[in-house]
Design a binder for this molecule. Structure first.
Ligand SMILES: CC(C)(COP(=O)(O)OP(=O)(O)OC[C@H]1O[C@@H](n2cnc3c(N)ncnc32)[C@H](O)[C@@H]1OP(=O)(O)O)[C@@H](O)C(=O)NCCC(=O)NCCS
Length: 182
């Protein structure tokens, strides 16, 4: 298993096929909570769909174009995060994340994204990390804001989630900025 320890009770692990059942259960329990912000829930209605997703993320990890982690709190999967895409040509990692609702508001995701920044800048040698959050998604936006990202602007009407077209706020952190505050 490939773990990174973040705190006494908190770890991340590379998402593997053996996580499929627990990850699907967490997704299914939190469907109503997540569907306001995430566009893919309708496509994940069985554990096989989660398995196919994990296989895809591992293919992309092998190619160096993504890195998907499960977040483990006291040994249980409580959320996911990672670089949904890695643009190898330009050295850019684009971050995504979600938590089961019961595990929100404890700082778990902020700590996990801080660790992902170390992985991205120090081990993957990225030059930029980007986070896009729907403008109204205050809790998601608070994560890059806590971690010292710059707000760079808003893209208008680029992502359909349910009936709504979201306009993401774009946050960026450059390698030089990360090194200056690390
Ligand atoms: C986005 C999401 C992961 C943020 O969850 P979160 O619980 O707010 O984030 P964290 O785990 O970093 O916790 C931060 C909260 O814990 C509190 N906290 C407690 N201890 C903390 C610590 N040591 N460090 C930072 N925050 C701490 C913060 O004050 C904050 O709570 P507040 O909003 O009431 O002030 C979650 O809302 C989610 O999964 N949403 C649905 C999916 C989604 O929107 N994904 C993002 C798409 S771009």
């Amino acid at each position: 298993m490939f773990y990174r320890r973040i705190g006494d009770d908190l770890q991340v692990a590379l998402t593997l096929p053996q996580h499929a059942e627990a990850l699907f259960a967490l997704t299914d329990e939190n469907r109503a909570y997540l569907k306001e912000w995430l566009p893919w829930l309708g496509a994940v209605t069985t554990v096989d769909a989660t398995r196919r997703f994990i296989d895809l993320t591992l293919d992309n990890f092998a190619k160096g174009t993504a890195l998907h982690e499960v977040l483990l709190y006291q040994g249980e999967i409580v959320g996911v995060l990672g670089f949904n895409t890695i643009d190898k040509t330009n050295g850019i990692g684009r971050v995504g994340y979600w938590l089961g609702e019961a595990y929100t508001r404890r700082g778990l995701m902020t700590a996990a994204v801080a660790d992902l920044l170390h992985l991205g800048f120090q081990e993957l040698q990225l030059q930029r990390v980007e986070i896009r959050c729907a403008t109204e998604n205050r809790r998601s936006r608070a994560i890059p804001e806590r971690l010292g990202f710059q707000f760079e602007g808003t893209l208008r009407s680029v992502e359909r989630v349910g009936q709504r077209l979201h306009s993401p706020a774009v946050y960026g952190l450059l390698r030089s900025e990360f090194q200056a505050k690390d």
